[in-house]
Design a protein around this ligand. Structure first.
Ligand code: PRP
Ligand code: MN
Ligand code: MG
Length: 179
């Protein structure tokens, strides 16, 4: 897999430091609260594990699965809810965990869903923020790293469902996805 990577952007060590930094901040900001942590599958699986171990709060962990890329390299407008949560978010503080915010459409979809269900507050902690990719106006509250407009994989992020298990985030070589 390493051979398919053009450049490593964030290695395990720097991701760990980001998790520690954001974990401390979330612990401070939510002191005395019991937020619902909503991890967005599949991409956020590693970030969820790493970030939450740095959060010293009573949290309720939930997983939701939505899909926008449908395995390709560019986001589509149609977001689908693949697997929903079964717990009530009414009146709860919710922290959404994402691996990346790109066009912002996935996040917008989720924020609307949670607002309709009566969440008290909704904040977002993302490992990566690709601000240049935005198609809708939306911001993350906690950001690990800003990332430039390149197709990145690894540490949860996939291309055609692969590379999620790379222990770092890197730029995928163009020849891997263009023919
Ligand atoms: C990716 C990524 C984010 C979303 C960001 O998920 O994990 O959830 O896209 O893109 P956006 O800001 O343009 O909406 P994807 O839909 O590929 O599903 P996955 O997490 O299962 O890979
Ligand atoms: Mn995702
Ligand atoms: Mg994907």
């Amino acid at each position: 897999m390493d051979n398919d990577i053009q450049e490593v952007l964030f290695d395990q060590d720097s991701i760990h430091h980001a998790a520690v930094r954001l974990g401390k901040q979330i612990t401070k900001d939510y002191a005395g609260e019991e937020p619902v942590v909503l991890s967005v599958l599949k991409g956020a699986y590693l970030w969820t594990a790493d970030l939450l171990r740095e959060v010293d709060l009573y949290v309720k962990l939930e997983f939701i699965k939505i899909s926008s890329y449908h395995g390709g390299v560019s986001s589509t407008n149609s977001i689908s809810l693949v697997t929903d949560i079964h717990s009530d978010v009414q009146g709860r503080d919710v922290i959404i965990l994402e691996d990346i915010v790109d066009t912002g459409q996935s996040l917008l979809f989720l924020k609307k869903l949670l607002a309709e269900r009566g969440a008290k507050s909704i904040q977002v902690a993302t490992l990566l923020d690709k601000k240049e990719g935005r198609k809708v106006e939306i911001k993350a509250d906690y950001i690990g790293f800003d990332v430039r407009n390149e197709f990145v994989v690894g540490y949860g992020l996939d291309y055609k469902e692969m590379y999620r298990n790379l222990p770092y985030v890197g730029i995928l070589k163009k020849e891997v996805y263009s023919d």
